[in-house]
Design a protein around this ligand. Sequence first.
Ligand SMILES: [Zn+2]
Length: 311
Amino acid sequence: MLHFGAVGEDNVMPETCCICLQEVNPPTRNPNDDTYRVHCLVCGEYEIADDLSRASFSSRPPNSHLLSGAVRETNENGRIPTFTRFDELLSLVRVPKNPIDMMDRVLLSLQKTQEKVGTPRNYTDKDYPLAYAHDQIEFYQIIETLRKMGYLRDYYQANNVGELTYQGWQRVIELGDKRAVGDQAFVAMPFRADLNALYEVGIKPALKETGYSPLRVDKTLHNEKIDDYIISQIQKSRILVADFTGQNAGVYFEAGYAMGLGLHVIRTCRKGEDFKNLHFDTRQYFHIEWEEPQDLKEKLVNRINALTPLK
Ligand SMILES: [Zn+2]
């Protein structure tokens, strides 16, 4: 299916969102690159690469509800995501893993609209991506559960209205406290002289530019083993940047450990042989491919700015 009518073609196909297939206004083409800016009433606003927008779907792309949720959450955080692949879009957010996670997302998005007590948010059938729900039916069930649990005020049992109760605010504050404080970014990468520039010219300046303090643990001081010091430093970090060039076992471990803690993990790898040799288990995740440290720096800054910038 061609999603957007190309200029100069007699295309009578309706223009539809590439994610949820809802009809949208004609997307605007970005003059600077090959992307389209789409504004969907369900998903929100996003910039999608021309190639991907023209890919053939007989139906929605796999996990379209997660993709809609990712766009919506990024928008709620004040940004418009740009992506060339759908897994790239998913790498910008932390996808909820269970229904409690989904409920927490609703509370977290709601708190941003609750500046004045007594002003509820009205939900529509197009708001289900706020919970990463499959559809509005699932979304309204989540609202109902939140109301029954006492997190949302009971407006005559209406499911399309949201206002945090005292308990709801307590939950939001609890969720905020669980997040790492501080600005430390753990850097997991092999310690090889030929990769020094990767750190000095690529990763370190990118982290500094986005407000992070990079921490690269010199493993020579720690007998090359994953010791308590490394574990405790990952726990104290806010994000982890993992470079998989050279397929270092320590990097796989540290990235997996950080992921288990719920940290944002940004994966990078040198283009070519290194990228082809990525371990099967990790290949499913989006990796930033780089050729030179300088180009990695730019890509990393863009990624962090889309994800979780500190400045
Ligand atoms: Zn959409």
